[in-house]
Design a protein. Structure first.
Ligand code: GLN
Length: 514
């Protein structure tokens, strides 16, 4: 019996890869099936800023020829499976904008290291996904090119900044995507869309070719529909890169083995610590989120895990520290967009002196959106002479305390856990006039970036009140990303048994017409 397009695109990436290896489907057929979904869904979702259909099909054909010639030995398991890329990662010959007018029309002359690896793996690139401008935001509403809609409910945001990648993956437009996570931009959108998102250990995946937001926090990572798929993609993109000076030199841990181990659903001996400061009962947490989180904790116990509460006392200050450190780095990183080198250039109007300084001012005024300007101003202030020690210096001290909190906690437990986000996906416009309200939603994801530790978000159910998915977050020690994949995969498998399938089977997909 032949598989219909809809059945095909609903397979996990690892199942797709198996069909490709068994020659039941070609990479081209699979890529075309995804492009068909993209065609049908984009008018409703707007997850993509650019669809690279011709390039994707050419890459698929090249892979299929290799497979036919028996030349795919040594390629990763995901070989031939297509992928979408957050438009914060540079792709040679394919427009890259960071969802900003200041980079509109820029076609990079080089590939990010992760893109080189994706291409070497024979994985066709479907296109570039939408985000908050320069990855600054939690809803994708700050994109200069329009909103992305949550596939579960089009009145709600898909999260941010990587709302496009998360929406593409959860709507079956793509089996996999890449995101970037500076303060939660992979995990929170995963939580809002019922998908899986991973922020690897800082330095575990090369940042070369990731457009810099806040370099000491930025990490590229996988967006997927299953924990195993995320692990498979993590191994494709991870590893040392001499072009990134913060890249970890030693070999990366075997996250795929850990995920497969987790699927056996035996967590005997695994010590899980619930982070007291963000475990769901505090202010700002939606009751339905805490409820699904608590049920998931019981499931972990039923699989043999021991669960205790652990306090990380300085976590309460991490949001404040992040919103000093991050804008400081933003103000410095975004100084390069000055109209001189690439991207937009706006000349001063007649009557205004045609100086370089004026050109830069007009270019930046026209090219950056309000949120980006807000952060540049905040960061410039925090770094200015006289304020540096009070703001930036203090925030760095808090960061050290947060790092120490994690290190101490991991002496007692193997993994830490919290809800991925305090709420489910909110409605458009709900927080756009109140930046602080938007920032407060990052309280659960930011600590991992400050401490450089890895974290994963897996769906743990649907909130009764909003009917939107809830995410469960595991944190692991630095360089031990494998440790979090095991309980994440076990939890996913146990929950899927109670649901009778992946959480996304609970979502209506009107764009997948038969
Ligand atoms: N929401 C966070 C922010 O606005 C995270 C952004 C990110 O991870 N890129 O900064």
């Amino acid at each position: 019996m032949s598989t219909t397009n809809n059945e095909l695109v609903k397979l996990s990436a690892s199942q797709m890869a198996e069909k490709i290896r068994n020659k039941e489907v070609s990479s081209r057929e699979l890529t075309q099936a995804e492009l068909d979904v993209i065609d049908a869904a984009e008018p409703q979702l707007h997850a993509f800023l650019h669809v690279s259909a011709d390039e994707a099909l050419a890459q698929a054909d090249a892979f299929d020829e290799k497979l036919a010639a028996g030349e795919t030995e040594g390629l990763p398991e995901l070989a031939g499976v297509p992928i979408a890329i957050k438009d914060m990662i540079v792709t040679k010959g394919i427009p890259t904008t960071a969802a900003s007018k200041i980079l509109e029309g820029w076609v990079p002359p080089y590939d990010a290291t992760v893109i080189e690896k994706i291409k070497a793996a024979g994985m066709p690139i479907l296109g570039k996904t939408n985000l908050d401008e320069f990855a600054q935001g939690s809803s994708t509403e700050h994109s200069a090119f329009g909103n992305t809609y949550n596939p579960w409910d089009k009145q709600r945001v898909p999260g941010g900044s990587g709302g496009g990648s998360a929406a593409a993956v959860s709507s079956y437009e793509a089996p996999l995507a890449l995101g970037t996570d500076t303060g939660g931009s992979i995990r929170q959108p995963a939580s809002f869309t019922g998908s899986v998102g991973v922020k690897p250990t800082y330095g575990g995946v090369s940042r070369y070719g990731a457009i810099a937001m806040a370099s000491s926090l930025d990490q590229i990572g996988p967006c997927a529909r299953t924990v195993l798929d995320a692990a498979l993609l993590h191994e494709v993109i991870g590893g040392n890169d001499r072009r990134d000076s913060t890249s970890i030199p030693e070999p990366m841990p075997h996250v795929v083995d850990a995920a497969r181990e987790g699927l056996k659903r035996d967590l005997t001996g695994v010590r899980v610590g619930l982070i007291k400061e963000i475990s769901g009962n505090g202010e700002g947490f939606q009751p339905g989120v805490a409820k699904r989180f608590d049920e998931a904790v019981k499931l972990l116990e039923s699989m043999g895990a021991t669960v205790t509460e652990v306090s990380l006392p300085h976590l309460s200050y991490s949001l404040g520290a992040y919103y000093i450190i991050m804008p400081s780095e933003v103000s410095s990183n975004l100084a390069r967009y000055d109209g001189m080198r690439y991207g937009l250039r706006v000349m001063p109007p007649t009557g205004v002196p045609q100086t370089a300084a004026n050109m830069m001012a007009y270019t930046r005024e026209a090219g950056f959106g309000d949120e980006v300007k807000r952060r540049i101003v905040l960061g410039t202030y925090a770094l200015s002479a006289g304020y540096y020690d009070a703001w930036y210096g203090s925030a760095q001290k808090v960061r050290t305390l947060v790092i120490e909190d994690f290190a101490k906690a991991f002496e007692q437990v193997d993994v830490l856990a919290s809800p991925t986000a305090p709420t489910t996906a909110f409605k458009f416009g709900e927080k756009t006039d109140d930046p602080l309200a938007m920032y407060l939603g990052d309280v659960t994801t930011i600590p991992a970036n400050l401490a450089g530790v890895p974290a994963i978000s897996v769906p743990c159910g649907v909130d009764d009140e909003t009917n939107m998915p809830v995410g469960f977050q595991f944190f692991a020690p630095q360089k031990r990303d494998d440790v979090m994949y095991k309980p994440a995969a076990a939890l996913e498998a146990a929950l899927e048994e109670t649901w009778g399938g992946n959480i996304l089977t609970k979502m209506a997909t009107p764009w997948l017409a038969d």
